[in-house]
Design a binder for this molecule. Structure first.
Ligand SMILES: CC(C)(COP(=O)(O)OP(=O)(O)OC[C@H]1O[C@@H](n2cnc3c(N)ncnc32)[C@H](O)[C@@H]1OP(=O)(O)O)[C@@H](O)C(=O)NCCC(=O)NCCS
Length: 176
């Protein structure tokens, strides 16, 4: 019975979520759906354009294969324009990666991906959502703070033994 429920839940999570940009007659539909192997060329291009030390193909393949991970893409028309990789294990979930195609930034795509990740993490039973971000990444820190993350610590010289990582958390569900 429980495994039937789990299967149904997973199916529901895998259904695409649609969002229409206004005005609908000018801009294409934006959709969030699970990442597949067919998305990886586009994902790798966005990854390379977004990070100085990008993930490799194997990282994304592992996310697609893992039962604890939920990698999702944002698709505009037929083009992948962003992605988020969520991992969830018991009470804690983590955002492992998020990026939006440079030409599509500033239009709410990361916000939409993160809000989707919040719902998924809650459905998996997570109470806390955690992430780490370069101290110099003010765009990402501002995005996370706007969506309710707070700074909870620093990992000194974490990136390339030079730059600090800011540790951030968002409470998804208060303890009773
Ligand atoms: C960080 C990133 C994912 C944001 O994506 P995005 O789709 O442009 O973000 P959104 O349009 O959803 O922005 C939502 C909020 O984030 C904040 N934000 C986003 N970009 C910002 C910027 N360049 N400067 C300041 N605030 C910014 C704003 O508060 C914004 O809200 P507003 O539009 O009401 O002002 C994108 O810049 C990116 O891919 N960067 C490279 C990869 C990266 O750094 N990932 C995070 C690693 S931890």
């Amino acid at each position: 019975m429980l495994s039937m429920l789990n299967v149904c839940l997973k199916r529901l999570q895998e259904m695409p979520v649609c969002l229409l940009y206004p005005p609908m007659d000018v801009l294409p539909i934006l959709q969030v759906r699970p990442m597949t192997g067919d998305d990886l060329d586009s994902v790798m291009a966005i990854e390379a354009a977004s990070y100085s030390t990008p993930w490799n193909l194997e990282h994304f393949r592992n996310e697609i294969a893992s039962r604890f991970s939920w990698p999702y893409v944002a698709v505009e028309g037929e083009n992948v324009v962003g992605y988020v990789c969520l991992m969830s294990l018991f009470e804690e979930a983590q955002i492992l990666n998020i990026a939006v195609m440079p030409g599509r930034r500033g239009r709410g795509i990361a916000r939409m991906l993160l809000e989707h990740a919040f719902r998924l993490a809650l459905e998996q039973g997570a109470e806390i959502l955690a992430l780490e971000v370069r101290a110099s990444n003010s765009a990402a820190i501002s995005l996370y703070e706007k969506l309710g993350f707070r700074r909870v610590g620093i990992r000194a010289r974490y990136y390339d033994s030079v730059e600090d990582a800011v540790l951030m958390e968002k409470t998804l569900k208060e303890n009773p």
